[in-house]
Each structure stands twice: as structure tokens, then as C-alpha cells.
Design a protein around this ligand. Sequence first.
Ligand code: HEC
Ligand code: HEC
Ligand code: HEC
Ligand code: HEC
Ligand code: HEC
Ligand code: HEC
Ligand code: HEC
Length: 347
Amino acid sequence: MVMPGRALNLVFLLMQVARAGGSPAACAPCHRAETAAFAHAGMTRALERGKNSAILQANPKLTTKIGGYTYEIARSGNESIYTVTNGEETVRFLVDWAFGQGAAGQTYVYRYEDRWYESRVSYFSALHGLDLTMGVQTITPHNLIEAAGRLTGPAEARQCFDCHATNVAKTPGPVLSDMIEGVKCERCHGPSAGHLTTVRAGGAKQSAMRKLGAFSAEEMSDFCGQCHRTWSQIAMNGPRGIQNVRFQPYRLGNSKCYDTADNRIRCTACHDPHRDVEMSVSAYDAKCMACHSAGAAPPTSASTRLCRVAVKNCVTCHMPRLDLPGAHMEFTDHMIRVVKANAPYPD
Ligand code: HEC
Ligand code: HEC
Ligand code: HEC
Ligand code: HEC
Ligand code: HEC
Ligand code: HEC
Ligand code: HEC
């Protein structure tokens, strides 16, 4: 006998399977290597709903005072509420979206009168608390609404979601009905519905996905650069100085090690986009030694030299971690070089 409840559950399950077309669960049965560690990778969780934010759940009440305003993000039932007051007036917003999984921090995006705002304060992991969001340090608010957040136009709001999530509609403003939170398989590999249909029917050859592993170093830099910013974007429009340390394609492209055609220096030589970033410095030695060792095949454009100073932990000296003001985080300078004491930042 089939209980009505079970029939309902089955319909619900089928709907979930259909919706999961773009999510890692749909790929897991056949691409285990790429899917296994993916759930923990930083990019997977680059966007969460405010109510699901692990940071807000672990910190049910965050407060700070900046320039005469008191800020609070507090849990209320299953939601988080953002409250800003100048002592006389108070505004409250539902935290709709949490951007960033927190290597540096997390910024909140909410709607008010049908427009999109970026919270003026963010959570910073290094502080275990709130401080001004990157980029707003020089903006003086004129009223409570401005003190709470920065108004972002529809195009800018759409870009935020497009870099932090998957299947964001190509409309002038953010349309989020088909969106999957975080940078998931389809965001990098493209639509997979056709692939899924043919491989399940046993006809993989007719519906092969584009092979991203065939990219050259330069193509890979530009591919990752659609979100991490490309070399030419930063070269043409800046920012100059230490502010560009977080744009790895630009920094790496300025290093003498970089060769547009040598796969040993492409982003994926050092990073597996399907896993969390490798934190052990010694793990990168082999990457350097692929070129900088007596037995290495010469790169296409130049010969490589050996280090007279050390034989291990190369990145600790040649890829220094530099403090980015306002980010409360040190970024790894991808401009691989000999760092001279007191030399200015080479931008
Ligand atoms: C039923 C098994 C199956 C599922 C499910 C599946 N794939 Fe595949 N996929 C394959 C097979 C088999 C190939 C090899 C096709 C070929 O050689 O032409 C392949 C090839 C690929 C390739 C290209 C690999 C290459 O070397 O050219 C990519 C990228 C890819 N799949 C991504 C995905 C993503 C993303 C998903 C989930 C949305 C997914 N696949 C779901 C079986 C599957
Ligand atoms: C769709 C946009 C997008 C693309 C394409 C993209 N990234 Fe990312 N990446 C992000 C975002 C957003 C974050 C920040 C995640 C966070 O902390 O919330 C990130 C974070 C990272 C991190 C740090 C992860 C951690 O665990 O702290 C690495 C490493 C990285 N990306 C490498 C790459 C590489 C390599 C490529 C190209 C193969 C790439 N990314 C392509 C958006 C993207
Ligand atoms: C062009 C793509 C792009 C756009 C647009 C974008 N981001 Fe990001 N964001 C990234 C990438 C890549 C990273 C990871 C590296 C870094 O910090 O630059 C990141 C990192 C972050 C982080 C830090 C996460 C962490 O802990 O490391 C936050 C918070 C964030 N973004 C919020 C936002 C918000 C809010 C917006 C819109 C107002 C936005 N981003 C727009 C690509 C983008
Ligand atoms: C941030 C972008 C990004 C995300 C997200 C991502 N991949 Fe990849 N994937 C790549 C890149 C880049 C390569 C090529 C790596 C290399 O250089 O060999 C790749 C390689 C692959 C390959 C080998 C075939 C090929 O294209 O070279 C498969 C299969 C694959 N990914 C499946 C997946 C699945 C399944 C998911 C989700 C669980 C996923 N990927 C998520 C960027 C991504
Ligand atoms: C020669 C090796 C190497 C290459 C090539 C490389 N990276 Fe990295 N990357 C590193 C190291 C080392 C770290 C620091 C890891 C840690 O946290 O200990 C890092 C960290 C990062 C981070 C985390 C934020 C930070 O600054 O610490 C991002 C994002 C990133 N890389 C993106 C990229 C992108 C995009 C490319 C291609 C343009 C790239 N990387 C190429 C070695 C490399
Ligand atoms: C694709 C091959 C390749 C890889 C991988 C590579 N390099 Fe290089 N590197 C070169 C080339 C080519 C030069 C310039 C010619 C020379 O110095 O031999 C260079 C130059 C250097 C220099 C001298 C730079 C200067 O300003 O004079 C240092 C230091 C260096 N590399 C360290 C590293 C470290 C550390 C790594 C790993 C994180 C690394 N390289 C990875 C090819 C590579
Ligand atoms: C303790 C810091 C440190 C570590 C660790 C280190 N280096 Fe160096 N490296 C230096 C310094 C300092 C110089 C400049 C020395 C000089 O001018 O004589 C240098 C020079 C170099 C050069 C340029 C050589 C030349 O002839 O001008 C290369 C290439 C290089 N290192 C690669 C590496 C690689 C690869 C590793 C890891 C196997 C590594 N380094 C580990 C500090 C370090």
C-alpha cells in the first residue's frame, strides 16, 4: 500500500533531482575525483542565504560602533536582522545574502524599497567581528540609510551574484530564480543538461563538455580572471599599488616566471579548483622545481636559474604574504620574484 505521504515525497524527490541538474550532486556518480573534496572548497560557498550563513549562525550577535552609528547583526529565529542606529532613529533590514565564506570575511547584501544595498560593515575573520567593508572607508554617510549600506545599481548587483554564484540570468539586474549559490560545476564548465542526457543514455562522445584542462597558461589566467580579474583589466584600469595584490592573474603575469604557453606556470599547476587551497608551503616546492632544477626541461622562452640561498619552502621568500589595508588579510603576492628589503611594492 502506498501512503499518500510517500507519494508526495516521491514527487518532491523527483523535483529535487530535476533542479539538481547544475549542482555537484548530478555529476558525482561519474566524476568522483572532481566532486569528492569540492564541498569544502572556498569557491563552493562564495554565496549563502543570510539565514544559512555559517558565520552568522556561529556568531548570533555581532555589534560595533563606527562614527556615531551603532551596528548590530543579530539572529532572530532562523533569520539574521541588520540593525543600525544613531541613538535617535533606527533602521532594520533582513539579511538576504551573505557573500564570501570568510577566508578574509563576509559582506551582506539586502533589499530595501526594491533596491540593492551592500552592508557598510562586514565580518572579518581576523577580527572575529565587524568593521568597515573594503572600499567604503573614504565615503562619509549623510543619513541613516547611507550609514547602513552602499546603494548598488542593478548592473553592479548582478555582477556580485554572477561572480559568487551559478546560473545567474543574463538580465540587466539580478534575476535569481534559477541561481545556485556558490561557484558550482556549471559556472566554470558551462551548461550540462545536454551532457547529462546523452551520457546517461550511453552516448558520451556526442555531447562532450569543453575540456578546460586543454587551456594554455594565458587562456587559464583569462578564464580564472573573469572573476579574479584579468591581467589586461588591471593593467588598463588599475588599481595601482598594494591594492592590486589580490588580482593574481595580473601579479603572476608580471613575474619573470610567467610564460603564456608554459603549463607549468598556469593557475591550475598550483591550484586544483575542485579542492580547498593547499596551505602547506612545502607542497609548492615541486611546482617551482618543475622549472628551477638541474633536470628540468627548459621553458619555451628562457632558461631558469637555481637558488643559491635555499632548497625548500620557496614560496615563503619569493611569494610573500602582504597585508592589504582594510581587508584584514594578507594576500599571497603572485608576482614571483627576489624580494629586496625595503624595496617599494612593484606594481
Ligand atoms: C552518467 C555519467 C556522467 C555524469 C552524470 C556526468 N558526466 Fe561528465 N562525462 C562523462 C563521460 C563518460 C565523459 C567522457 C566523454 C568523452 O570522452 O567524450 C564526460 C566528460 C566530461 C567532461 C569533459 C572531460 C574531457 O576530458 O573531455 C566534463 C568537463 C564533464 N564531463 C563535466 C561534467 C559535469 C559538470 C557534470 C555534472 C553537471 C557531469 N559531467 C556529469 C560522464 C558523466
Ligand atoms: C565565477 C567566478 C570565479 C571563477 C571563474 C574562478 N574563481 Fe576562484 N574564487 C571566486 C570567489 C568569489 C572566491 C572567494 C571565495 C570566498 O572566500 O568566498 C574565489 C576564491 C578562490 C581561491 C581561494 C579559495 C580558498 O579556499 O580560500 C582560489 C585558490 C581560487 N579562487 C582559484 C581559482 C582558480 C585557479 C580559478 C580558475 C581555474 C578560479 N579561481 C576561477 C570566484 C571565481
Ligand atoms: C568580477 C567578479 C566579482 C565581483 C563583481 C564581486 N566579487 Fe567578491 N570576490 C571575487 C573574488 C574572485 C574573490 C576572492 C579573491 C579576492 O578577495 O579578491 C572575492 C571575494 C569577496 C569577499 C571576501 C571573501 C573571503 O572571505 O575571502 C567578499 C566579502 C566579497 N567578495 C563580496 C562581494 C560583494 C558584496 C560584491 C558586490 C558588491 C562582490 N563581492 C562582487 C569576485 C567578485
Ligand atoms: C572554478 C572553476 C571550476 C569549478 C567550480 C569546477 N571546475 Fe572542473 N575544472 C576546472 C578547470 C580549470 C579544469 C582543468 C584543470 C586542469 O588544468 O587540468 C577542470 C577539470 C575538470 C574535469 C576534467 C576535464 C577537463 O575539463 O579538463 C572534470 C571532469 C571536471 N573538471 C568536473 C567538474 C565537476 C563535476 C565540478 C563540480 C563538482 C567542477 N568540475 C567544478 C574548473 C572548475
Ligand atoms: C607557482 C604556484 C602558483 C601559481 C601558478 C598560482 N598560484 Fe595562487 N597561490 C599560490 C600560493 C603558494 C598561495 C598561498 C596558499 C596559502 O594560503 O598558503 C596562493 C593563493 C591563492 C589565492 C588565495 C588568496 C591569497 O592571495 O592567498 C588565490 C585566490 C589564488 N592563489 C589564485 C590564483 C590564480 C587565479 C592563479 C592564476 C593566475 C594562481 N593563483 C596561480 C601559488 C600559486
Ligand atoms: C614555467 C617555469 C617556471 C616556474 C613554474 C617557476 N619559474 Fe621562476 N623563473 C622562470 C623563468 C623563465 C625565470 C627568468 C629566467 C631566470 O631567472 O632563469 C624565472 C625567474 C625566477 C626568479 C628570479 C626573478 C628575478 O626577479 O630575478 C625567482 C626568484 C624565481 N623564478 C622563483 C620561482 C619560484 C619560487 C617558483 C615557484 C613558486 C617559480 N620560480 C616557478 C620560470 C619558472
Ligand atoms: C630563505 C629565503 C629563500 C628561500 C626559502 C628560497 N630562496 Fe630563492 N632566493 C632568495 C634570495 C635572497 C635570492 C637572491 C640571492 C642573490 O641575489 O644571490 C634568491 C634567488 C633565487 C633565484 C634567482 C637566482 C639567480 O641566479 O639570480 C631563483 C631562481 C630562486 N631563488 C628560486 C628559488 C626556489 C625554486 C626555491 C625553493 C626550492 C627558493 N628560491 C627558495 C631567497 C630564498
